[in-house]
Design a protein around this ligand. Structure first.
Ligand code: BTN
Length: 321
């Protein structure tokens, strides 16, 4: 039993009996007691409550592979090859390296921190240690490059639904797939394509960064928030977030492969940050009122009574000052 497995269970700061911990982790109560002592010697504040069990006082939020796998449905857990790294340059880059080596299951990489986290449009993604979620999946998508229309929006819907299912929070989406909490960006998704078309599949790398506990980030040049800052009343646990996101993405991708973007269109539009607002696109050249997305996932602007589609990659929507 790894110390992190025990700490991950105690992270909810509830009282857990030695018996229930032993059962959950498949070890003896003595082994639990030894691990509790080890944790205390490493500085974790664990109270022993007579006749009841153990409680961790103070916040700890460790990533743990087994805890995440246990929260996934069996048929999904068996599809993925999940690995947690203490540090990497970028989880997207790490997935790309795994794919280049060739592997049969879907590589899923989580890191406690990234030294070269990348965002969309060549930006950096702030990735301090232990605070946020940095997660990438190597997804083989059936079809050719044209089958990818709308995929990046689908991933945004999946991530929003996952967060909402855990926290009863309400997430907005800024086209194409930035997640907003209480009016500020809390998460971004980077979709990259690896290599050429292979045997009817496009190899997509989907990387999601979620600001979970972050309280300060001087280097971020746009208004941002974290889940803790936006909703302090909710206990956000990175393992639960990771499991919910992995599950939501795998299920959404499977629906997307069968049915395309259409089943997700309304789900996306219901969270549209810009709906009905005056916005500018194409470096300010085009101004209009946000009107949702079309069947390919392009953003629609109402301009002088007609709708103009704004395509992926060439615009940045901004609320007009
Ligand atoms: C954005 O610019 O909004 C997209 C940010 C994507 C960040 C994530 S963190 C995990 C994965 N690894 C990276 O290097 N980037 C993505």
């Amino acid at each position: 039993m790894k110390l992190n497995s025990l700490l991950s269970i105690l992270a909810d700061q509830e009282v857990h009996s030695g018996e229930s911990l032993a059962r959950e982790l498949g070890v003896s109560r003595t082994a639990i007691w030894k691990q509790v002592r080890k944790a205390m010697s490493e500085g974790y504040a664990i109270e022993t409550i007579r006749g009841q069990g153990y409680r961790l006082s103070g916040r700890v939020d460790l990533l743990d592979r087994q805890v995440i796998l246990r929260q996934l449905e069996d048929n999904l857990a068996s599809q993925i090859d999940l690995e947690i790294l203490g540090e990497t340059d970028s989880t997207n880059a790490e997935v790309a390296r795994r794919l280049a080596r060739g592997q049969s299951r879907i590589p899923v990489i989580l890191a406690d921190c990234q030294t070269a986290g990348r965002g969309r449009r060549g930006r950096n993604w702030s990735s301090p240690k232990g605070q946020n979620l940095y997660l990438s999946l190597g997804l083989p998508i059936k079809g050719d490059f044209t089958s990818l229309d709308g995929l990046s929006l689908v991933l945004g819907v999946a991530a929003a639904e996952a967060l909402e299912s855990i926290g009863k929070a309400s997430i907005k989406l800024k086209w194409p797939n930035d997640l907003f909490a209480e009016g500020r960006k809390c998460s971004g998704i980077l979709v990259e394509i690896q290599g050429e078309l292979q045997q009817g599949y496009v190899q997509v790398i989907a990387g999601i960064g979620i600001n979970v506990h972050m309280q300060q980030a001087d280097e971020v040049d746009q208004p941002w928030t974290s889940l803790d800052l936006a909703w302090p009343g909710i206990t956000w646990i990175r393992n639960s977030l990771a499991a919910a996101i992995i599950e939501a993405i795998l299920k959404a991708v499977s629906t997307f492969e069968e049915e395309g973007f259409e089943p997700f269109r309304e789900l996306w539009q219901a969270r549209d940050l810009f709906r009905g607002k005056t916005v500018a696109a194409r470096e300010g050249q085009l101004k209009g009122v946000g009107a949702g997305v079309d069947s390919q996932g392009n953003y629609l602007l109402e301009v002088d009574g007609s709708q103009v589609a704004v395509r992926a990659g060439d615009i940045s929507l901004r609320v007009k000052p």
